[in-house]
Design a protein around this ligand. Structure first.
Ligand code: NAD
Length: 361
C-alpha cells in the first residue's frame, strides 16, 4: 500500500484518459471526479475504475468525447441521451442545464440515459448543493450481467442501483448528502477487498451456487455470485424503483434481459431538483436544519469512539484526512493501472514515473 497526493493521481489519470482518446477537457473532468471519489473515501469509484474504462472503450461500450443529445424538452422536464460517453462529464453537463432550468421553474425533472458509468453519484448532489438546490437522484445500472439478488432470491437480477439525496449546507454543518448503493455494498468495494486479499462481512454475498460466502472474488470469476440487497425487502424495493424511475422514465430501459448488453457499465439517472427558496424562508430553513442536526447528534453514542454522524460527514472527514496524509492505493490496483497505461501505449517507465513520483510508502 502506498499513499499518493491527489494531484499526482490526477496527473496519471489525465494522461491515461488522453491516451485513450479523450480531449484534455474531458480527461480533466473525469480524472478530477475519480480522484475526488478517492479523497472522499470511495475508492470503489476512484482511479481504480480506469482499467474497466479502458476495457469498455476496447469493446465499444464507452465512447470518449461523446456529446449528449437532447431527447425531450418541456422546460421543467427534460431527457438527454449520453450516447455511451463518459458519465462523469455528461452528468455534470446535464446537471448544469437542469440547475439553470430550476432557477427559472423552481422544480425540474432531468433524465440522463445511456451514459457510461457516472461514478460517485454524490458529486451531482454536491453540484446541486453548490447552487443552493435540493436534489434527488435515482440511478440504474445496465449493459452487463446483474449483480444483486432480490430479497429472498440467491441469484443476481439487478445491479447496485445507487440513490443520492442532497440538501444545501447550513452554517456550521457539513452538506447533508446521502449517497449510497441500494445493495448491501457497492461492487467496487468487492473489487477493493479482493485486491487487498480481504474477506467481506457475513450475509453480504452468495456464491455462484447460491450459497452464502465471505469471498469477494465470487463477484469476478465464473460462476458469478450475487450481492445481497440492503435492508432486506426495503432496499430491494428502493432498488426496484431505481429501475422504474431511471430505467423507464428516462427511456433508457431496465435490466430485463431482452435489452441488449455490450458488457460496459451504462447508467441511466432520474434527477429531481428543487429550489428551496420557492417553498420556504431560507433563514428559517437553515435554523431548522441546524436544530435537527444538533438534536439527532445529541443522542448518547453506543461507543464513545464512534459519535453519531449525519450523511455526508464521513466524506467531509475523510477529505481532510486524505488531503493531509495522501490517498492510499494498494499494490494490485497500482499494477492494474500500470498495465492499463501500457495497453493504451504509455511506456512502463513513463507510467511508473507518472504514478509513483511523490508517492509515500
Ligand atoms: P457507503 O455505504 O460508504 O455510504 C453511504 C452513505 O452513508 C453516504 O452518504 C455516507 O455519508 C453515509 N454514512 C456513512 N457512514 C455514516 C454514519 N456513520 N452515519 C451517517 N451516515 C453515514 O456507500 P456505498 O453504498 O458503498 O456507495 C459508494 C459509492 O458508490 C457512492 O458514491 C455511490 O454513488 C457509488 N455507486 C455508484 C454506482 C454507479 O453505477 N455509478 C453504483 C453503486 C454505487
Amino acid at each position: 500500500m502506498k499513499h499518493f497526493p491527489a494531484e499526482q493521481l490526477n496527473k496519471f489519470a489525465e494522461a491515461l484518459l488522453v491516451a485513450t482518446g479523450s480531449s484534455s477537457r474531458e480527461a480533466a473532468i473525469v480524472a478530477d471526479h475519480l480522484v475526488q471519489s478517492n479523497l472522499a473515501g470511495h475508492d470503489s469509484h476512484g482511479i481504480g475504475m480506469l482499467p474497466t474504462y479502458v476495457s469498455s472503450i476496447e469493446k465499444g461500450a464507452l465512447v470518449p468525447n461523446a456529446e449528449m443529445q437532447p431527447v425531450r424538452d418541456h422546460g421543467a422536464m427534460m431527457v438527454f441521451d449520453g450516447r455511451r460517453g463518459y458519465g462523469q462529464r455528461l452528468a455534470r453537463e446535464a446537471m448544469a442545464v437542469a440547475i439553470e432550468r430550476c432557477r427559472e421553474n423552481g422544480l425540474v425533472f432531468m433524465g440522463l440515459r445511456n451514459a457510461h458509468h457516472m461514478g460517485r453519484i454524490g458529486s451531482y448532489g454536491e453540484q446541486a448543493i453548490a447552487a443552493g438546490m435540493v436534489s434527488l437522484h435515482f440511478v440504474n445500472v445496465v449493459d452487463h450481467r446483474p449483480l444483486v439478488a432480490p430479497y429472498r432470491g440467491t441469484a443476481a437480477r439487478y445491479s447496485t442501483n445507487p440513490i443520492c439525496f442532497a440538501m444545501p449546507a447550513t452554517t456550521g454543518n457539513a452538506p447533508i448528502l446521502l449517497d449510497m448503493a441500494t445493495s448491501k455494498v457497492a461492487l467496487g468495494k468487492m473489487r477493493v477487498a479482493m485486491n487487498k486479499g480481504e474477506e467481506v462481512a457475513a450475509e453480504t454475498l452468495y456464491d455462484g451456487c447460491g450459497r452464502p460466502t465471505t469471498d469477494p472474488s465470487v463477484m469476478f470469476v465464473e460462476p458469478y455470485g450475487a450481492i445481497t440487497s440492503l435492508g432486506q425487502h426495503k432496499g430491494y424495493g428502493i432498488a426496484f424503483f431505481c429501475e422504474l424511475l431511471a430505467g423507464v422514465l428516462t427511456g433508457g430501459g431496465t435490466i430485463q434481459p431482452e435489452n441488449p448488453r455490450m458488457g460496459g457499465i451504462i447508467n441511466h439517472m432520474a434527477t429531481i431538483i428543487i429550489d428551496p427558496q420557492r417553498l420556504v424562508d431560507c433563514q428559517w430553513m437553515e435554523q431548522e436544519i441546524t436544530a435537527l442536526v444538533k438534536y439527532v447528534k445529541s443522542t448518547p453514542a453506543e461507543d464513545s469512539e464512534l459519535p453519531v454522524l449525519v450523511a455526508g460527514e464521513p466524506e467531509t472527514l475523510m477529505r481532510s484526512k486524505r488531503g493531509c496524509s495522501g490517498i492510499p492505493v494498494d499494490d494490485t490496483t497500482c499494477e492494474q493501472l500500470l498495465a492499463s497505461a501500457r495497453q493504451v501505449g504509455i511506456e512502463r517507465l513513463m507510467a511508473e514515473d507518472l504514478l509513483y513520483y511523490r508517492s509515500i510508502p
